[in-house]
Design a protein around this ligand. Sequence first.
Ligand code: NDP
Ligand code: GDP
Length: 324
Amino acid sequence: MTKRALITGITGQDGAYLSQLLLDEGYEVYGVVRRSSHLGVADHRLRWLGIADQVQLIDGNLSDLSSLVRIMRDVKPGEVYNLAAQSFVASSWQQPILTGNITALGVTNVLEAMRLTDTDARFYQASSSEMYGKIQEEKQSETTPFHPRSPYAVAKLYGHWITINYRESFGMHASSGILFNHESPLRGVEFVTRKVTDGVARIKLGLANELRLGNIDAKRDWGHARDYVRAMWLMLQQDTADDYVVATGVTTTVRDMCRIAFQHVALDIEKHLVIDPAFYRPAEVEVLLGNPGKARTKLGWEPETNLEDMIKEMVDADLARLSQ
Ligand code: NDP
Ligand code: GDP
């Protein structure tokens, strides 16, 4: 029988790569898309991967339980991947209530839609390393205590625990993937890696002269989205649901990540990088470093792309995009 998956957040970075993986695995792929006045732009990432006409998009919203119940009834998926969120940390201080409504309560809406429609579908929740925030251990694992530092991280922590709660309360096959930062040419341009690769490409092409960033001493454990969506899928192929950290186990400063991008196109970082306090955050997560030991042992998961190769791929993609 054909396997059928439903993805919320299908128009985002991870939704696009996960769709590609599931199509390759022979799934029928359905995605929830929120209504927008900008016709035809929602699926640009799916089009970039050349798979837009292979997935089915359905009108719905994470804040509208009735739309999710209708979608669950119509699609009858065997696997549900909840990737939709207000996902940008900096915006979560500007829109804390919306962030709570979508990134936190939206998870309960999806879980309730599944419970109310009596489905045996398996559930994946997109949890985040931002939940560790002010880190309590040098390398963060599934047992490290959390200390969220933004309205986004607080909302993700709710999503993480409600997933565990539905697993314990109702016996649902509900897993939470605590994913560290993952990037790609499809990453939103507001996030630091893509802001850097897009900015460097613009400077190289003579379209800009400077790149303005905030705290470049912050450290992140960056991986490639293509590798990370494989971990999501592997979690739902296990007999029992569980929680997993997905990371590379290597942490790098924003400054050094920038250097890779500038060096790739033979530009001098000192001439173009400007520190702008406007990009500082009210509370910062200074360092994140994941321990992916459990994912490696239990899921057999390994990342395939390192930071340097990923940043080069992103710069090249931005150069190609801007040259068109
Ligand atoms: P994106 O920001 O690229 O995608 C977010 C998706 O959520 C988009 O498809 C967006 O739709 C959708 N969405 C937002 N609000 C709603 C709503 N009210 N109803 C329905 N859909 C909505 O995120 P990523 O792909 O990078 O990340 C996927 C998930 O993983 C997110 O939950 C994120 O928080 C989490 N995560 C990401 C990490 C990363 O490094 N990328 C790390 C850890 C967790 P639209 O296109 O209309 O905006
Ligand atoms: P996050 O880890 O989910 O917040 O991912 P981001 O890519 O948005 O930010 C990663 C780190 O880069 C954070 O510590 C930011 O403070 C830092 N950073 C420094 N300058 C910038 C900037 O101009 N934009 C963004 N988005 N982050 C920046």
